[in-house]
Structure formats: C-alpha cells, structure tokens
Write a protein that binds this ligand. Structure first.
Ligand SMILES: Nc1nc2c(ncn2[C@@H]2O[C@H](COP(=O)(O)OP(=O)(O)OP(=O)(O)O)[C@@H](O)[C@H]2O)c(=O)[nH]1
Length: 577
C-alpha cells in the first residue's frame, strides 16, 4: 500500500525555477558575457591599434610637411644664389634689359615668386619683374641690408612697397612674402648689387596644405606653422586669435607637441616637427600637425557600434540556441517526471518515451523505466502476498472459531450422548434460580427439575455388555430430547442418570406431565438387543427458599429415591417443604 507521505511532494516543487529557464539564463548570460568580453577586447585592441596608427599618420604628416618645406626653401635659396652668380649679373650691366628678361623667365618658372628684382649696391632697384619698383630705393629693406653681405632668407612679413602693386588676395588676407636675396659680386669680389625674390606666403601654405590634403577632409587633420618663438604663422584664423589672446594654443608641459594633448578642452593627437633646412633658409619654423582624437578614433567608434550590434545579435542568437538546447534537454526530463507521476498515480507501467537526445538522458530514461517496473512488480508481489495473508488469516480465524466452538461444545456436552454435561447443567440451574428469584414472584412461573434414572441398569451391562449399555444410554438421551421442548435443557447427570430442566412452569402438574411422558415413552420404546427398559423419575420445582441449585437437586434426588423405592418405572413429585 502506498504511504501517504510518499505521495506528498517533499519540497515546494512549483516554486523552484524550471531547468529550461535556468539553462537558458545561464547559457544566454554566458554567451552575452563572452561576447561582451571578446567585443570589449577587440574594441580595446582596435582602439589601441588605431590610436597608434593615427599618431603615426600625424607624425609622418608633420615630418613630411617639414621636410618638404625645408627642401623647397633650400631650393629657392639655391635658386637665388645661382642667379646672383649668373655671368650676365656678374659681368653685365645690372640695368640692362636682358636682366629684366632673365628675371621674367624665372618668374614664369616659379609661380610662388611675386616679385624679382636687382638693386644696385646703394639700394636702387635697377631691374625688376614687371618693371615694379624700378628706380625706387630699397636700401632700408632688411633683405637688401642682409643681401649685401650674404645669401639671405627672410622670415615671412607683410608686403611693404609691393603692397599696392600686387593684386589683393581673394580671401582678404594681407599679402605676405618670404624674401630671398643674394649679393652680386664681380670677379674681384666687389659688391655690384643685390638680386632678390619675394615668394608668396601662400606658396608655403599651399605646400603644407598639399600634405594634409592627402588625408580625408573628414579626418580633421590640420597642419600649423609656428615661428621660432612659437607664434602661429598659419592658419590665419589661429594667428589672429593668438594675437588677441596669448593663451590660444598653449604649449604642452613637455615643451613640445607630441602625442595626446588637450587644446581648448578638446583632446588632440599632435606632433611637432622643426623645419630644418640647415642653411640660411632655416627660419626656425615648426610644423605642428594635430587631429581631434574623436575624429581620429571615429572608425573605432563605428567599429564598436558595429561590434555592440553584432554582439547583441549574436547574444540573441546564442540565447535562442540556448533556449532550444535547454528545451531539448528539459523536455525528456519533464516527460520522465510526468511518467514517474503517472506511475505514482496510476500504479501501472506507462510507455516510456524514447526521444532522449543525449546518451545520459537515454540512460536516465532506461533506468527510471527499469526502476518503475521493479517497483510495480514489488508492489504487485506485496499486494498478492497481502491478499494471501488475508485469506490465510480468515481461514485461520475460521478454524480457530470452529476449534473454539468445538472446545466450548466439548466443555458443555457429554461425549457419549451429546447432551449437556453436569457442569453445563449446574450453570443453567444457577441461572434458573437467579431468574426465578428475580421474576418468579411477579410472573408466577418457576423452573422444574426432573431426575431420570434407568432401572436396573447394572443388569443390562452385565447381561449385554458395556457397549450395549452405552447404546441404551444414547437411545435414552434421544427419547428424553424428543419428549421435551427445545427450550428445555436435557443433561446427563452422571452414569445412567439424566436431568431435565423445565423453564417457566405454571405449576407442578406441568412438570409431572413431562416426567410421565418420558417414563411412558421409554417404557414403550424398544431397545435393540436389550429389550424393554424403564426409567424412574423424581420431580421437583424450584422454591424461593432454595439457597442454591444443590437444594433443588437434592429434593429431586429424594423424589427419585422414592420412585425407586416405590417399585421403579414411576414418577414421584417432591414439593418444597
Ligand atoms: N454401560 C454403562 N454402564 C454404566 C455407565 N455408567 C454407569 N454404568 C453402570 O450402571 C450401573 C448402575 O448400577 P446401580 O447403581 O447398582 O443401579 P441399578 O443397577 O440401575 O439399579 P437401580 O438403580 O437401583 O435400579 C453400574 O453397573 C455401572 O457400571 C456407563 O456410562 N455405561
């Protein structure tokens, strides 16, 4: 029988999270974590790589611009030097028309030159491109003063004498020049004059811009030109801003723009490179290239965005896969649980599903099926054993009851005749006297007692044998029972003597009638092999004065004795006295 405790769940199962949910969460979370870590690592690597690559680009741009500028300045310096040593200037008249022609030709070759001219040793312009400033004195111009002594490359300055002669710039910026000058000496080394060229500042700017233009305009890469004192020469807007506020473009603490540097609160990748011409063209300029960090790392931000998107998609896909996997794993487990519940509820073997996707689950299913079969078989055996036991107990109980009944019969019956024995009679007599004492006076009815004794029974034994005597005793018992009511108690009193207890008699006559009936019936009966047999009968009635049954019996016995003495085969009544 199933124990009620076995049916009750030992834990609140419904409140526990399901395997499917737990697996999905763990696997999905794990996937998200791994993707986040991998994505973060890739993002970090990309950021670092791009940071280094962009820093290199900023550095090489600055270096390339500085080298280009140094080279071009050197070339122009060399150009003017070579021109100063040209034979037509060393030997010929400096104001000759051919001088102007040669200047014009060089002008045509160099767009950057706004003006070329030759001045006499005292500073009067003798010939010039476009005839500009011819006859004017340039004696106080620094390029003339320096150019008298040696080759001179002058720092950028706003146009003075030529300001009104060259066309204004379309962007409104003032016209600025870089001066190149060299002394013209004759074969003896005597100064004959100075040849000079004014290069447009925008030629320099164009060179720098041509370098930065190699990068995409979106890159935000920008080149600055600083002079020897660190003041901005280019771009013009920054130059103007710095002129208004010296705190514009503060120098880094290291004294040099290199690496990441915050300018106006915005982070930049920077590099500073000196323009090293290593000649007089070395003006102490420096090229600073800067690029806003946000723009430098923009591809990384885009990559990160894509990584996040990709990561989310991958996490969603992996979570879905985890969900499907969890479902694939949990479904057979749930089915096994349902099977186990069915076994518990129905107590019979259901068909176990064969859908396990993995070996362990298949093994679990087989093991559970085997266990359920074994349990059910054990339960069936127990139930059958119980039923057998119940039947055995019922049979034993019936046997015991029969034995008890037989014992009770044996205890109250005489073995020879089957009548009540003396002990049973004594019990009935005691009951009868108690009833008479209790109800006799009201009902007017009493018990009567007959003692019946076979006459000369010893002779029967002696003549026909003890077995014949027993047969007579059994036949006498039958006769006695046939003569009285079923409610009367017929007992073997002892030996060849019988007693009959007659309940609820109205008077002694009733008792006498019963006794007479017995006597006459016996006397009329035939006892096979023995012949006629008679009985004597003593009769008495219970009396309230009887202290016990013995008194009643003794009175009946007295009556019997009188019947014997009176000649036998007779009935005698002995009333209470
Ligand atoms: N066969 C047989 N005889 C019994 C049994 N019980 C007692 N007897 C015999 O009954 C006889 C009784 O004899 P007595 O007491 O002398 O009485 P009686 O011969 O009947 O003479 P009265 O009673 O005076 O008529 C004895 O011989 C007993 O042995 C019994 O169970 N079977």
């Amino acid at each position: 029988m199933p124990d009620s405790h076995d049916d009750a769940p030992s834990r609140p199962v419904r409140r526990l999270p399901s395997l499917r949910r737990k697996l999905s969460l763990v696997l999905g979370g794990l996937a998200l974590l791994i993707l986040t870590l991998v994505g973060g690592y890739l993002g970090w690597m990309a950021t670092r790589g791009l940071h280094e690559a962009q820093q290199t680009a900023v550095r090489t741009t600055a270096q390339f611009a500085a080298e280009l500028l140094a080279s071009e300045l050197r070339d122009r310096e060399r150009e003017i030097e070579l021109l100063s040593a040209a034979p037509h200037l060393v030997e010929g008249a400096l104001d000759a028309p051919g001088v102007r022609g040669s200047l014009e030709r060089r002008m045509a070759q160099h767009d950057e030159f706004a003006w070329m001219g030759v001045a006499s040793a005292d500073g009067t312009v003798l010939q010039a491109s476009g005839g500009q400033l011819v006859g004017r004195s340039v004696a106080d111009r620094p390029w003339f003063i320096e150019g008298r002594e040696h080759t001179h490359v002058g720092d950028v300055h706003e146009a003075k004498l030529l300001a009104s002669l060259v066309p204004a710039r379309p962007d409104g910026e003032p016209t600025r020049f870089i001066d190149f000058a060299a002394p013209i000496r004759d074969r003896t080394g005597r100064l004959r004059g100075v040849v000079a060229a004014h290069a447009q500042w925008h030629w320099v700017v164009g060179m720098v811009e041509s370098v930065t233009r190699r990068h995409s305009p979106d890159s935000g890469m920008e080149a600055l030109i600083l002079d020897r004192q660190g003041r901005v020469l280019y771009p013009q807007a920054l130059k103007v801003a710095q002129a208004a506020d010296a705190r514009v473009l503060p120098r880094p603490a290291s004294g040099r723009f290199e690496g990441r540097h915050d300018i106006d609160g915005q982070p930049y990748l920077t590099w500073e490179e000196p323009v090293q011409a290593r000649t007089r063209a070395d003006l102490g300029w420096r090229i600073v290239v800067r690029q806003p960090l946000a723009l430098a790392l923009r591809p990384v931000r885009e990559l990160q965005r894509e990584l996040v998107l990709l990561g989310l998609l991958a996490a969603a896909a992996l979570t879905l896969a985890a969900l499907l996997l969890a479902r694939r794993i949990s479904r057979p487990v749930e089915q096994l649980a349902r099977m186990a519940e069915r076994v518990q509820a129905e107590r019979r073997m259901p068909e176990f599903p064969d859908q396990a996707a993995v070996r362990e689950l298949a093994r679990l299913g087989d093991a559970m099926g085997g266990m359920a079969r074994a349990l059910l078989a054990t339960e069936r055996e127990l139930r059958e054993a119980n039923q057998t036991l119940d039947a055995q107990v019922a049979q034993r109980t019936a046997e015991l009851q029969a034995a008890n009944a037989a014992l009770a019969h044996l205890a109250t019956r005489d073995p020879l005749t089957g009548l009540h024995n003396r002990r049973s009679l004594d019990a009935r007599l005691a009951e009868a006297l108690a009833l008479d004492r209790r109800y006799g006076p009201q009902s007017g009815r009493v018990h009567g007692l007959l003692l019946v004794d076979a006459d000369h029974f010893k002779r029967i034994n002696d003549e026909f044998g003890h077995a014949a005597g027993d047969a007579v005793l059994r036949q006498l018992a039958t006769v006695l029972q046939s003569c009285v009511r079923t409610t009367d108690v017929v007992a073997r009193f002892g030996g060849e003597e019988f007693a009959v207890l007659l309940p609820e008699l109205a008077d002694a006559r009733e008792a006498m009638r019963a006794a007479e009936k017995i006597r006459s019936t016996v006397a009329a009966a035939t006892f096979p092999g023995v012949g006629p047999v008679t009985v004597s009968c003593g009769v008495t009635l219970a009396w309230p004065g009887d202290v016990d049954a013995q008194a009643l019996v003794e009175r009946a016995d007295v009556a019997l004795y009188e019947a014997k003495r009176g000649g036998r085969n007779m009935v005698v009544l002995k009333a209470a006295s």
